[in-house]
Write a protein that binds this ligand. Structure first.
Ligand code: PNW
Length: 497
């Protein structure tokens, strides 16, 4: 049975082999101060890749490679042209009635060489203008410092695998706090460290396309975590008193549903969660890699003949610095997987997929989207939120991404269905499981450059006509639905307090 869209209090049921995962539509209003909004990222929407002194980034490099590794040879050179059309974008945000807008700053627009030897004033002015326009319209800026667009100069020196990057990142963060911090009260240091490291420096799937499974990605993770914790301390020590904002990090994770109720399958679920959300959240909250990651990787490294574990340890100083170094946990949540222990783990394999020794799959019955990895599993988000609450002492959670891809229809009922189901489960997690969620931004505000998939997969509430020189923006049916939901502040048609 597939999910049906409920008009009010209907039971939505997803019946799986051996498992019934159902929920009732939650009709309770979200709290008054709950932050509703939409999200984007610089490279995916701005365009203007070589305009006004911007430096090149690793995504410019990948997109300009010949032959192109991107679907349909697409590039982010022009994207949605939001660099030039930001006023039109803010007017649309205003129409949607959002409380907050999540966007990212392009490091290479501020520092074309990556280092702070040269500050590009035009870049600083651009983001000041965007922020000014948002505030004028009563929309709070929620700013991601790093959403994957590393200046190429820094990659040439080793990028996230090399620890010089920590100071370079801190110099960039300091400039952003100083220039924009009077107006920005919510900061996100990194978007999806797992994707940055595992896909960028492990499996070689995303820029900078480095293939170093089980080695490079773990060094990337250590440097990124050190950079995050230092940036949090920098804000805490030098800016918090005057600016009064909050600094967090956005970590992505799927929900991993045990195949059966057996202790082995439950343990497989726990291990996978530790290899995804825990990989970054545990160091930040508790100061070290998750126990399960250390045990598995230490053991497998030894059996593979390494003298040291492939998972590099933290120093005592790192641990002290990392512990508790966040004001909130950001969560990007899209989908779920079923899990069980691997029957015959590959002894030579390296990287989280092999090192976890857990098998994952998505049943065919789950509703799909235009993205092969994205199946509609609203119930998984409630379980994931509860897991994060229990694992990290009820740290406040900001859902920074959640969304659905299709090929571009304006009559996007499936997207509406997706949002209704996920938001209902999020409201359940808050009300019934006591999870402290204080905001939610959808992915995405508008259709945009979907990385290796180019423009072929669309996540927006707003449709972009890429063929028109104006990159014409048109509200989809889901934009109207989202606008009304924000107004009512609940996902049902009639809300309860
Ligand atoms: C997130 N996967 O990335 C990013 O933060 C966004 O920039 C992106 O557009 C959005 O999700 C939709 O994909 C992901 O393959 C990219 O599992 C790929 C995966 C997950 C998240």
């Amino acid at each position: 049975m597939t999910a049906i869209r409920a008009t009010n209090l209907f039971i939505v049921c997803l019946c799986l082999t051996g498992k019934i995962l159902s929920y009732e539509l939650n009709d309770k209003r979200f709290p008054k101060d709950f932050l509703f909004g939409v999200a984007t990222a610089a490279y995916q929407i701005e365009g203007a890749w070589n305009v006004d002194g911007k430096g090149e980034t690793i995504w410019d490099t990948v997109c300009h490679r010949k032959p192109s590794p991107i679907a349909n040879n697409d590039t982010g050179d022009t994207a949605c042209d939001s660099y030039n059309k930001y006023k039109e974008d803010v007017a649309l945000l205003k129409e949607l009635g959002v409380d907050v807008y999540r966007f990212s700053i392009s490091w290479a627009r501020i520092l074309p060489n990556g280092f702070d030897n040269k500050v590009n004033e035009a870049g600083v002015t651009h983001y000041k203008n965007v922020i000014k326009e948002l505030l004028k319209n009563n929309i709070k800026p929620l700013v991601t410092l790093y959403h994957w667009d590393l200046p190429q100069v820094l990659q040439n020196a080793g990028g996230w695998e090399n620890d010089f990057i920590i100071d370079a990142y801190l110099d960039f963060a300091r400039i952003c706090f100083k220039e924009f911090g009077n107006d920005v009260k919510y900061w996100i240091t990194f978007n999806e460290p797992r994707v940055i490291c595992q896909y960028g420096y492990g499996e070689g799937l995303f820029a900078p396309l480095i293939y170093s499974p089980g080695v490079g990605e773990y060094f990337c993770a250590r440097n990124l975590l050190r950079a995050h914790s230092k940036a949090w301390h920098l804000y805490n020590d030098e800016f918090r008193k005057e600016q009064g904002g909050q600094v967090g990090i956005t970590i992505d994770s799927y929900w991993y549903e045990p195949a059966t109720d057996s202790p082995k399958d439950k343990e497989a679920s726990e291990i996978k969660l530790q290899f995804s959300y825990g990989w970054f959240a545990n160091p930040i909250i508790n100061g070290d890699w998750p126990r399960q990651m250390k045990e598995k990787i230490d053991d497998r490294s030894k059996k593979q003949g390494f003298h040291k574990s492939r998972l590099p340890p933290f120093t005592e100083q790192d641990i002290e610095y990392m512990k508790g170094s966040t004001d909130f946990l950001g969560l990007n949540t899209y989908t779920s997987y079923m899990v069980k222990p691997m029957d015959n783990p590959d002894k030579d394999g390296m990287g989280p997929k092999y090192d976890s020794e857990v098998e994952e799959w998505q049943p065919d019955e789950w509703e799909g989207s235009a993205s092969p990895w994205l199946k509609v599993t609203p119930w998984g988000t409630r379980k994931l939120l509860k897991w994060i609450k229990d694992a990290y002492n009820n740290t406040p959670i900001l859902i920074t991404e959640n969304g659905y891809s299709d090929n571009g229809t304006l009559e996007d009922d499936r997207r509406i269905n997706f949002y209704q189901g996920y938001l209902s489960n999020i409201r359940d997690a808050m009300e019934k499981d006591g999870v402290n969620v204080f905001g939610y931004t959808t992915w995405s505000f508008m259709d945009n450059f979907e990385w290796m998939m180019g423009y072929s997969q669309r996540f927006g509430l707003i449709h972009i006509d890429y063929d028109s020189p104006e990159k014409t923006r048109t509200k989809k049916k889901s934009a109207y639905w989202f606008k009304n939901m924000i107004k009512r502040r609940c996902v049902a048609e009639i809300c309860k307090d």
